[in-house]
Design a protein around this ligand. Structure first.
Ligand SMILES: [Zn+2]
Length: 388
């Protein structure tokens, strides 16, 4: 790339940053609005009834099984137990994976611990658990560009043992590509107080390599809270929860933590009656909106020909050589074509110049490809079978 060209590219990049501001997405809003206070409340009651979830107790394994039941009922199939051992007892993280379309190997991690200390832990961290469950429930059949891992860690109260284990034994050896870790811990609010603010936590610790990115994502998180819930936000620093082992490994982290802090954490009285369930409902809406945004959810248009009001045509399919794309009423203005292979790698990308565009697949190996046609308002997706 020559100097002039790199200067132009940089200028365009900066312009695109300047021109960008996040606005309310009606599709995301329609999903956020499906949150169910009944489901969240029921899950809080059930979490509480499972008892004191300390290391090595039947209550902890019963909670693990209860969590597996919830994710299974929501339709998830990639559910893995990650077993570790300390103080001569086995313990278990739960990892639930949803695969993204464009970046299947890059993950948004939405996590929170399910172990508790001295009490049922309905706020610390039943509140985070039911929030994550509600995000998972509503995102199960939503298409996202990035993959998502919903992780319920254990051993948090004993010193971030489960999350440290996971980072050391899964994240590091597989060199996992993590876009962002969103940690949700103790978001139940305090009964009798006005709970109108949520703390968004950023990485202000050493190592500092990911601090700037964490500041950006935390600002974005706060923006999402404002767009998709009625809560106010406050920015503070991340500490002492399951995002920290990721932080130590220079991953980008952010988090949610209650502003009014319960005095019942780690006591036998960390019960639902001491919390503010309306606050949890707001947190859930904020978290659903933020997760949709971070995982880049989108509404597929025209996957089924009968649901293709814009009259987009892609043919022939299967295709040997030249694929014709007729944009129909989608329009040429700023419309982009993108072809990704089976592992989500982009093999061709262009801004469309003509209503009828011809793509040569001559140099691509046979296989299944995903064609994405994207205008400023619509997205059309079709699987293309390429047979040489
Ligand atoms: Zn906690």
């Amino acid at each position: 790339m020559n100097v002039l060209k790199s200067y132009l590219t940089l200028s365009l990049f900066l312009l695109s940053l300047l021109g960008y501001s996040q606005t309310y997405n009606t599709y995301y809003g329609s999903i956020v609005n499906q949150f169910s206070s009944d489901t969240i409340h029921k899950n809080l009651v059930e979490f509480e009834s499972l008892g004191v979830k300390e290391h090595g107790t039947p209550a902890l394994t019963n909670t693990l099984n209860w969590l597996i039941d919830q994710y299974t009922n929501y339709g998830y199939t990639d559910i893995k137990i990650d077993t570790f051992n300390y103080a001569a007892q086995d313990d278990y993280n739960l990892i639930v994976t949803k695969t993204g379309t464009t970046y299947p190997n890059t993950y948004l991690i939405v996590d929170g611990h399910y172990d508790t200390r001295s009490g049922t832990g309905t706020n610390d961290n039943g509140s985070g658990i039911v929030t994550i469950l509600e995000v998972a429930r509503l995102l199960e059949d939503v298409v996202t560009e990035y993959s998502i891992k919903f992780i319920n860690f254990s051993g948090e109260e004993d010193g971030l043992i489960g999350s440290t284990w996971y980072v050391n034994n899964t994240v590091m050896p597989t060199n996992m590509d993590i876009k962002l870790v969103l940690n949700i811990d103790e978001v139940g609010g305090v009964n009798g107080l006005v709970n109108s603010t949520i703390v968004c936590e950023r990485d202000q610790s050493s190592p500092t390599a990911a601090n700037a990115a964490s500041y950006d994502f935390t600002d974005t998180l706060a923006t999402c809270v404002g767009l998709y819930s009625n809560l106010l936000t406050e920015i503070s620093y991340a500490y002492s929860s399951d995002y920290m082992p990721f932080q130590a490994n220079e991953h980008v982290i952010t988090g949610l933590f209650e502003k009014n802090q319960t005095t019942y954490a780690h006591t036998p009285n960390d019960f639902l009656i001491n919390m503010d369930t309306n606050y949890v409902y707001e947190i859930a809406q904020a978290s659903i909106g933020a997760s949709l945004y971070f995982a880049v959810a989108y509404e597929p248009v025209g996957v089924n020909e009968n649901l293709n009001p814009l009259n987009v045509k892609v043919y022939p399919n299967p295709v040997k050589d030249i694929l014709t794309v007729d944009l129909g009423e989608l329009g040429v203005n700023n419309t982009k074509l993108r072809l990704t292979n089976i592992i989500g790698k982009i093999v061709h990308e262009e801004t469309v110049k003509n209503k009828i565009e011809k793509l040569s697949l001559k140099n691509l190996p046979s296989g299944i490809y995903t064609l994405t046609i994207e205008s400023e308002t619509n997205r059309y997706i079709e699987k293309i079978a390429h047979q040489k």
